[in-house]
Ligand binder design. Structure first.
Ligand code: NDP
Length: 281
């Protein structure tokens, strides 16, 4: 049978621990603070930002949302980031992507202090992750690893296949699996025999963004499948990259969409912000 790994429940448990640690910090007069910059009125971004704000409130963080107009100029955004880099009540800064066209995404995200880069997207943090130094691990990959560990099955020695090689999911999750001593293969749009690669995998991380592209016949018995994909169907339904129905009663582990990686990404953002606060002490 398919064992669903409940990301919503795990995220709640983690956020409860963070809430307890935050209460202890607050008793000493320290409140973790997260600043989110949202430029424009992209509907999906508004929801993501609201969810992050809600999570901050739940764990007891200070949450500051900076909403800038769609036609905001680069200087305005850069000046705000500079101000937040120097603001002692703020321990984490993130810029909600995507940004409107007139703004240079890498110039803006690179302006964030590496010490407050709780998304873990900056070259300093990615490089540190790659060479095994202390880094803010990006939230979605960190969530994937926690979900795999939730099965209780050791990662060391397993064959892991990551589908997707983006800087925010595929590459960092592959590095993190390698760090855990998995044997890692990264697949992408030019991979010749995806099905054969997947059929060898004890662990699959699907991060493509194509509804139901991975089907039951591509997954071996006993595999752990982490479905990062979030795809909106025409009928409005949210589905992953994995076609759960096609798994039938195959013995395997799977993260549902929604309720798998999504809530864990936010819990890991809270985790990184708490970590940053402790490092700033
Ligand atoms: P990108 O579009 O940046 O990357 C997609 C990757 O998939 C690319 O590396 C691409 O290969 C690869 N790919 C495309 N087609 C195929 C194919 N047919 N076979 C194998 N690989 C293929 O996406 P992201 O990494 O940003 O996101 C991936 C998915 O995860 C999206 O659905 C996104 O919404 C979701 N997501 C969910 C999060 C969450 O919190 N739940 C957080 C972040 C993302 P190539 O490099 O060759 O083009």
């Amino acid at each position: 049978m398919v064992h669903l790994i409940d990301g919503k429940n795990l995220a709640q448990k983690i956020q409860l621990q963070i809430k307890e640690e935050t209460a202890a910090l607050k008793a000493k007069g320290i409140t973790p603070g997260l600043a989110v910059i949202l430029v424009g009125d992209d509907a999906a971004s508004q929801i993501y930002v609201r969810n992050k704000e809600k999570a901050c409130q739940e764990v007891g963080f200070l949450s500051k949302i900076y909403r800038l107009a769609t036609d905001a100029q680069e200087e305005e955004v850069l000046a705000l980031i500079e101000q937040l880099n120097n603001e002692t009540t703020i321990h984490g800064i993130l810029v909600q992507l995507p940004l409107p066209k007139q703004l240079n995404e890498s110039k803006i995200t690179n302006a964030i202090s590496p010490k407050k880069d709780v998304d873990g997207f900056l070259a300093e943090n990615m490089g540190a992750l790659l060479i095994g130094q202390q880094a803010f691990e990006p939230c979605t990959p960190q969530g994937c690893l926690r979900l795999i560990k939730e099965t209780g099955i050791p990662i060391a020695g397993k064959k892991a296949v990551v589908v997707g090689r983006s800087n925010i999911v595929g590459k960092p999750v592959a590095i993190m699996l390698l760090k855990e001593n998995a044997t890692v293969t990264i697949c992408h749009s030019k991979t010749s025999h995806l099905k054969e690669e997947l059929l060898n995998a004890d662990i699959i991380v699907a991060a493509v963004g194509q509804a139901h592209m991975i089907t039951g016949d591509m997954i071996k018995e006993g595999a752990i499948v982490i479905d990062v994909g979030t795809n909106r169907l025409e009928n409005g339904k949210l589905v992953g990259d994995v076609d759960q129905a096609s798994l039938g009663d195959k013995e395997c582990y799977l993260t549902p969409v929604p309720g798998g990686v999504g809530p864990m990404t936010i819990a890991m953002l809270m985790n990184n912000t708490l970590e940053s606060t402790k490092r700033h002490l």
